[in-house]
Design a protein around this ligand. Structure first.
Ligand code: FAD
Length: 523
């Protein structure tokens, strides 16, 4: 029996379960007569031609064969001598590290500064409606980390860091739709993530792991060069080793590491703005449609990149975390700063398309701005976020400018409707962003306007600041063992350590560090 088959179908067939089933049954008599069944391996969108098509690949499966693996956890060992491992941070990295520690026969103790997903909702409402930023519970901190109220795009280019499929299977087993297993650009959506994160927590608890909320780590206990525990707001906690997965926004952790003379380094990252367009305009450009994308095609996205020369350097300007049919959200982690990010619900049905447009910044830039030492990048980043807070005069209103005006150097006399709930305030973003960043962005937007006709216009606006694209600090570790280069028993993990970017790559790095940690300290 031929195992795999490829088809190109219309969006009406490709994105409707019943139409697709009828189409496949029409093409494969063995499926129609019930002698075999099938599963979809891949679904993508091909919008290169005038007519948009949906390439589909299926695999024929013998009748009675078990469906795709749907296990929440696959125990590999159930040791008598279970050791406790401390996992700091309950983001994707911490949660997947905890699951892996359990699979390998040991016990994770997860410490999370923020609240559980439900309690966290109230703090998000307070940021959006009352301009109150709780430094321990916000869009970045709390159960599920920055991943919970994120967009939930699961596409990753870091395929070498681990098994993407393992993570996708596990997310599916914990409640994500089956489509994530075959879509070329899988997406969960912010409305579906909290329940899924709760399911992961339940799996950890069901297998003997511990999860402690409002347990903020504020010191590392080091004995003769080896990390043996942490000081927390709930007291001292010790374990066989520590996995540090506190994400890229835990500035107090970076400061604590520096204060305890635990080796860290400044790290290049990227910084800029979030641009917001009408989704309909982006659909018209991407799908070549005259009126709208119709009832079947999902909201379209884009990925843009351009090389510029600015501040005496060659620099990349690129789109980051594009959210079709989404919202811009306030992602500050402290009062007195403005940080924006983007997310979308699973249906991606808002009228807006937003994307980060960021410029690469490096150590030379930090020094020129007057910052030195391991925290230079973080201090540079913090300074810009604080400057962005000034136009809104104590609120979470973000400084914004119409895109055409920004490129022409004019302050906007009025702004457009926005998805950003705290509201926008008109400002000249040239006075918020460093000159070389503003200059690179202008060059970038001009180039993007040539690649996508209609993109560069005064019917779009930019909002500052998109500054948490990746960590501004690196916590160096051994390439093989993942153990910190200086402190034994400390495993710097995922985005906050500079080893991952995004939900899936952070989860994969969590698994990898857990495996190395158990291999070294689990006996
Ligand atoms: C609005 C938004 C949208 C996003 N959209 C996407 C997307 O679509 N796709 C994608 O791949 N990525 C997206 N991201 C990025 C993604 O969420 C992160 O890359 C990912 O969550 C990083 O995982 P992590 O586990 O390394 O760190 P984090 O998710 O940052 O988790 C770190 C955890 O550590 C906790 N912590 C910090 N300090 C302490 C302490 N002192 N003590 C105890 N706990 C502490 C924090 O509270 C947090 O829960 C988005 C992020 C945001 C904010």
């Amino acid at each position: 029996m031929q195992n795999r088959m490829k088809f190109k179908v219309s969006p009406e067939i490709g994105f409707d379960v019943n139409n697709l089933r009828a189409f496949i049954e029409g093409k494969v008599p063995a499926i129609a007569n019930g002698s075999c069944t099938y599963q979809i391996i891949k679904r993508s969108i091909d919008a290169r031609g005038r007519t948009v098509t949906v390439p589909i690949e299926i695999e024929l499966v013998e009748k009675g064969t078990a469906a795709r693996g749907v296990k929440k956890i696959q125990m590999e060992a159930d040791g008598q001598d279970k050791k406790k491992f401390v996992v700091i941070g309950a983001g994707p990295a911490g949660l997947y590290a905890a699951l892996r520690i359990l699979e390998l026969g040991h016990l994770p103790v997860v410490l999370e500064r923020g609240k559980d997903v439900q309690a966290r909702r109230r703090d998000l409402a307070a940021i959006n409606k009352e301009n109150i930023v709780n430094p321990d519970s916000n869009y970045c901190f709390g159960e599920g980390g920055a991943g919970t109220y994120s967009d939930g795009k699961l596409y990753t280019r870091s395929k070498k860091r681990g098994s993407v499929q393992r993570i996708l299977n596990s997310l599916h087993a914990h409640g994500a739709r089956e489509e994530i297993l075959f879509d070329a650009h899988p997406h969960i959506g912010t409305n579906k993530l909290p329940k899924l994160i709760e399911e992961i927590r339940q799996t950890i608890l069901d297998h003997g792991g511990e999860v402690h909320f409002e347990a903020k780590v504020n010191g590392f206990i080091i004995k003769e060069g080896r990390a043996i525990g942490v000081e927390t707001t709930k007291g001292k906690i010790e374990g066989a080793a520590l996995l540090l997965a506190t994400g890229h926004s835990a500035r107090d952790i970076y400061r604590q590491l520096s204060q305890q003379k635990i080796y860290i380094e400044p790290k290049p990252f990227a910084l800029g703005v979030r641009v917001e367009h009408d989704q309909n305009l982006i659909d018209k450009i991407q799908y070549h449609c005259k009126t709208d994308r119709g009832p079947f095609l999902p909201a379209s996205s884009y990925a843009l990149v351009h090389q510029t020369f600015s501040g005496n350097q060659q620099r990349g300007v690129f789109s980051f975390c594009m959210c079709p049919g989404g919202f811009i959200v306030p992602a500050a982690t402290s009062p007195g700063e403005i940080v924006v990010n983007g997310m979308s619900p699973s249906r991606r049905d808002s009228e807006f398309a937003n994307s980060g447009i960021v410029v690469a910044v490096n150590e030379q830039d930090f020094h020129q701005a007057g910052w030195n030492g391991p925290l230079a990048g973080m201090e540079f980043q913090e300074g810009i976020e604080q400057r962005a807070f000034e136009p809104g005069q104590g609120t979470q209103q973000a400084p914004a400018q119409r895109l055409g005006d920004f490129v022409q150097g004019k302050t906007s006399s009025s702004l457009l409707k926005t998805s950003y709930q705290p509201g926008l305030v008109s400002a000249d973003l040239n006075s918020v962003l460093p000159e070389f960043v503003a200059d690179s962005l202008k060059q970038g937007f001009q180039a993007f306007g040539k690649k996508m006709r209609g993109y560069l216009s005064n019917d779009a606006q930019i909002v500052a600041t998109e500054s948490r694209s990746s960590a501004p600090v690196k916590i160096p570790r051994d390439k093989e063992t993942c153990e910190h280069v200086q402190i034994k028993g400390l495993f710097p993990c995922a985005e906050g350590a500079g080893y991952a970017g995004g939900i899936v790559s952070a989860a994969m790095d969590g698994e990898k560090c857990a495996e190395q940690m158990v291999a070294l300290y689990g006996k």
